[in-house]
Design a protein around this ligand. Structure first.
Ligand code: AMP
Length: 398
């Protein structure tokens, strides 16, 4: 059932509470990347344009239910105010008398940012204090969720809160854009549909890998995940990162691929290093061979890049999540960067999820060459796996 979005509700003179994802990276108290704030601007401007007053709520970092001055949202209020060229009021807390007074006195077209939701344990664990969501909702007429990145969590501000806004809980524009992008590829992808999955933890991606087997025409596996697959094939992977508990699962996936005639592409060659550092001694080895005992796999090799480039060219849809090597070290970022550049040049629907793949693309300055760059890593994987997310399910139906 289709969920309501900002365009389906009358905002005029209303008090709007919007959950955003302002979980920005901070360095020495300064915002080092304001992408997440910029992503929310479309919904913010639309709401203000309708003469509504806007109360914004977000988490920042992991304060674990305690106040932490290093994780205050004040720098975000300042940056948002610069971007909008308008004053953004900052509340001292997200609930409480003083904050409520500020909420109640907010005038049309004014913005108030409440303090970090995760200063309260009940944000992430609503059962600890069922009144927390009610306090957040107090005095507001409409709830908007524009935080796709946390929509896979049943938190007070993403899930519980919607019960205080029956028929008035709607998706923001950013949320809508994410829903549109992912629902298209899971329901009706243009074929061939290829998925490239990299990153470190097979355990966190096993669910999505399994569900992708029902959808894709080919699966490309890179990053550290590939070594669990190699080990499950009986190869010696040296010091490479392996999740032994998932060897059976890797075998299961390979078996399923065979049954379903889905091509599974593992790296043909890899760059291995004798230490986990940028200037370690490296060798490129063929994956037909074992990795030497004291070496570990760090990146996909040139033969793999060449082969995958040829194969990917045919794609009509590409989903990519997770770096193909330890891309944080320049010497092992080649595989990730080369494949990113290759996808950027293919005429297809390209959807990128996961903070690291997105960071690599942003660093290369090619973000505008992709169809959709998701703001949610874990959320996008769960959306693909389950076909929806709790935070989306909780929104009102059209
Ligand atoms: P994930 O959060 O599971 O997407 O994993 C992202 C992380 O995987 C990045 O920090 C990469 O450095 C790391 N990674 C990718 N390839 C490898 C590898 N071959 N060995 C160790 N870590 C890797």
């Amino acid at each position: 059932m289709e969920k309501m979005s900002l365009e389906n509700i009358d905002l005029k003179n209303k008090k709007v509470l919007m959950r955003v994802d302002f979980n920005v990276p901070l360095q020495d108290g300064k915002i080092s990347d304001d992408t997440r704030i910029k992503e929310a601007l479309k919904s913010i401007k639309y709401i203000l344009d309708k003469n509504a007053s806007l109360i914004l709520i977000s988490h920042l970092g992991r304060p674990k239910g305690k106040k932490d001055s290093a994780l205050c949202l004040k720098p975000v209020a300042k940056r948002l105010s610069e971007l909008l060229n308008q004053d953004v009021k900052m509340a001292p807390d997200c609930i409480g008398d003083e904050t409520q007074k500020l909420k109640d006195s907010l005038k049309p077209k004014e913005i108030l940012l409440l303090e970090n939701l995760r200063f309260y344990e009940a944000e992430e664990k609503p059962q600890k204090d069922p009144s927390f969501a009610e306090k957040l909702a107090k005095g507001c007429d409409i709830f908007v969720n524009d935080a796709f990145g946390t929509a896979h969590r049943k938190h007070s501000s993403t899930y519980t809160i919607t019960k205080y806004f029956p028929k008035k809980s709607v998706a923001g524009f950013l949320m809508q854009k994410e829903i549109d992008a992912f629902s298209q590829i899971i329901k009706n992808p243009k074929r061939p549909f290829y998925a490239i999955i990299g990153g470190k933890k097979i355990s966190s991606k096993i669910g999505v890998l399994k569900s992708l087997l029902e959808k894709v025409d080919a699966l490309f596996i890179g990053g550290a995940m590939a070594y669990t697959f190699f080990k499950s094939m009986g190869k010696n992977v040296g010091k490479s990162l392996v999740e032994d508990d998932f060897i059976k699962e890797a075998q299961e996936i390979m078996k399923k691929c065979k049954e379903k005639k889905i091509n599974l592409y593992l790296p043909l060659d890899i760059v291995v290093a004798n230490d986990f550092k940028n200037d370690a001694k490296t060798i490129i080895i063929d994956t037909q061979k074992d990795i030497p005992e004291d070496f570990e796999g760090m990146d996909i090799g040139p033969k793999t890049v060449k082969k995958w480039t040829e194969l990917l060219k045919n794609a009509k849809t590409i989903l990519w999540n997770g770096p193909l090597g330890v891309f944080e070290f320049e010497n092992f970022s080649k595989g990730t960067n080369e494949i990113a550049k290759v996808i950027s040049k293919i005429k297809c629907i390209s959807i990128i999820g996961g903070g690291d793949s997105v960071a690599a693309i942003n660093k290369l300055g090619i973000a505008d060459k992709f169809t959709h760059i998701s703001t949610g890593g874990g959320a996008s994987l769960e959306y693909i796996e389950f076909g929806s997310l709790p935070g989306i399910e909780a929104l009102s139906v059209k």
